[in-house]
Every structure is written in structure tokens, then in C-alpha cells.
Design a protein around this ligand. Sequence first.
Ligand code: NAD
Ligand code: UDP
Ligand code: UDP
Length: 343
Amino acid sequence: LEKKIENLQSGAKHEFVEVRKLNYKDRKRILVTGGAGFVGSHLVDRLMVDGHEVIVVDNYFTGRKKNVGHWIGHENFELIHHDIVNPLFIEVDQVYHLASPASPPHYMYNPVKTIKTNTVGTINMLGLAKRTRATLLLASTSEVYGDPEVHPQAETYWGHVNPIGPRACYDEGKRVAETLCYSYAKQENVAVRVARIFNTYGTRMHMNDGRVVSNFILQALQNEPMTIYGDGQQTRSFQYVSDLVDGLILLMNSNYSQPVNLGNPEEHTIREFAEMIRDVVGGKNSIVNKKAVMDDPKRRKPDISLANKVLGWKPRVSLADGLRKTVAYFKKELELRTGDPVK
Ligand code: NAD
Ligand code: UDP
Ligand code: UDP
């Protein structure tokens, strides 16, 4: 399976990828909102190879057709250009609800649209799940914990979010989305799953989404100074995208309906992270400190004991391996873009 997925990532078309033949009873119709994005497209690969019918709905705000282009034309695959802020009427068994801008520069670019997507868009997807009796999995976020006062963060923590700060459109948007899930569960009997996803990286990340992994890798590859916002003592914990996809599929198919953290508990300061990426790339870049950004969470690390208990899940890909794969992908993308070999 892993080999097949790797082939897809290196540009194989579906004609060359065998998908499992499932019988009618086991084959599901699965909607992935935001399926042309970074995480969504990896999830789509897995669901397709597993033999399901997959429908991707995306408005291409940050996603790209190219991310799922290898499935276009496959009989089990459908790609719909649609904005989930508008209602959508299709028949499905499961909904992975991932549509939402995810990086701080993207969600701050149009905060009103970010809120609409997470509130109105989530209502529409819950309405669809209610009508079709589908299970809906919400891609929530560690940002619901805000700038946390407890460390590491367990699902029982209620969070510390500034409701009117620059990150609020996203943080509060996702908090309402969670509330909506449990309101629809209680009132309308919709089956819901809520994944609180911590920082994730990997191939098909946007090169220019302004997040720390993409910034540092691009800077290292292009021999530019690596920019740390603030003193670099803030921490994050990064998981590789394939681990997240494992967790999402396990959660969807479990019978656990309360929120579950999915993340890699290996915590590093942003400065350590800059040095690690520089080592993987093999550059000699300088590391410079820029102004700190407002409301930047100081520490973040998931407590994943719940995911381990109810899903038997834990991350498997080491930071070194994940970074190597991601750097190789960025190198290739850069070469495609510039036409010149990189390093
Ligand atoms: P992404 O930007 O690559 O993917 C989001 C996708 O949603 C894009 O394809 C975008 O075009 C689409 N989209 C946005 N608004 C839409 C709308 N109104 N209608 C239809 N499609 C819309 O981001 P990602 O990193 O793949 O994130 C996927 C999900 O996971 C998001 O919900 C995000 O909040 C969540 N998440 C991601 C991370 C992470 O580190 N990547 C961490 C926590 C949570
Ligand atoms: N909705 C949708 N697809 C469906 C069913 C509903 O997009 O298959 C939308 C619908 O337009 C509504 C929202 O989901 O705005 C919430 O649906 P719900 O049934 O809760 O609300 P109601 O239609 O009763 O207002
Ligand atoms: N960051 C940084 N340099 C960059 C981009 C980000 O030092 O070029 C920092 C940012 O201030 C934050 C951390 O890296 O402390 C992670 O930022 P990111 O935007 O990737 O995700 P967040 O976890 O804040 O949503």
C-alpha cells in the first residue's frame, strides 16, 4: 500500500495504480470536503486505493486540482468545484469535512470567509449528513486550545482563545464547528467524529502558505536567511501527514464520538526546528530573528493517550524521515517552477 501511495505522489496516473475491489456491502460513498488540499488529497489517495467511491468537493481557495489530478477519469472518483458555504445535495455514507483555510496567512487573508466556511459551511455539511444519515468527521484543530495554560494539551482542556484577536476567525470558527457537531448529534442524531489535529507537514504542502515548515524549507533550499518570529523559544510538535491520515480513517470507523487529539508529541522549539531543517537540506544559511507575531501560542504538544486508547493509534514516521520526504518534494516543485536544478 505504501509503495502505491508513493507512486501516486511521484506522479503516477490511476491507470497504473491498482485499487482494491470491494464488494457492494463494504464499498462506501465518501465525501471529502477540501479534498484537493494538502491533507485532503492524501486522504483521498488512501480511500481510493482502499476501493471506496470518493467525491471531492473543493473551491480551490488553497487546494489544487493537481493534488488529485491522478484520479481524474477513474470510475470511483468524482471532483466537484463547489463552495460549501452554499448547500450541496448528494448521497453519501461518510463525510470527511476538511474544507477550511488552514495556515495563518491564508485564514487571515479573508477572515469573514474563514468564519463563513467554518460555520455556514459546517451547517451545510451537517445538514447533508443528517439527510443522508452519513457519519461526519470534522477536521478540528489544536487551535481550539489557543495559547494553552496546560501542557501538554489533553482533550479535557477547554482552551484559552482570544475571541477578537487576529487568529479568532479560525480558532473560534473551529470551536463553533465543534459545537455544531455536538448540537446536531444531540438534536438530530447525526453521527459525528471530531479530530483535533496538531501541526502537520508533508508532501503537497503549499510552498507559499507562510507556515513554518514550508518557509524554513524554502529558505534553506534557496540560500536565504531562515526567519524565526520572536526569540524562537516557542514550541510546536509536528506530525507527518501519513500518520494523520491513518488516525483520521481509524477515528471515522471507530465508535468514539468525542474529540480526539491527533498529533506527534515530539516537541521542539522553533529554533531547534530551523537547525534541523537546515541540516536536512545541508545548507549554511543564517538564522535571523524577526518581530514576534501577535497571539502566537507559546507551547503546543498533544497528549495522545486517548487516541492510543480508543483507536490504538500513534504516529510512526520520525521527524528526520518526514523532513527528508518533504524537502525532496519541495526541491522538485521548485525545479518545476524555475526550470533550474536546486542544489
Ligand atoms: P489546505 O488549505 O491544503 O486544504 C483546505 C482545502 O479546503 C483546500 O483545498 C481549499 O481549497 C478548500 N476550501 C477552503 N474553503 C473552502 C470552501 N468554502 N468550500 C470548499 N472548499 C474549501 O489545508 P490542510 O492543511 O490540508 O487542512 C485541511 C483541514 O485540516 C483544515 O480543515 C484544517 O483546518 C485542518 N487542520 C490542518 C492542520 C495542518 O497542520 N495542516 C492542523 C490542524 C487542522
Ligand atoms: N443542506 C445541504 N445538503 C443537504 C441537506 C441540507 O446542503 O443534503 C443544508 C441546508 O440547505 C440547510 C443546512 O444544510 O441550510 C442545514 O440543514 P438542516 O436540515 O439542519 O436545516 P433546515 O433545512 O431544517 O434549515
Ligand atoms: N514561525 C517562524 N517563522 C516563520 C513562520 C512561522 O518562526 O517563517 C513560527 C510562528 O511564529 C509559530 C510557529 O513558527 O510560533 C508555527 O507557525 P505556523 O504558522 O507554522 O503554525 P501555527 O502553529 O502558529 O498555526
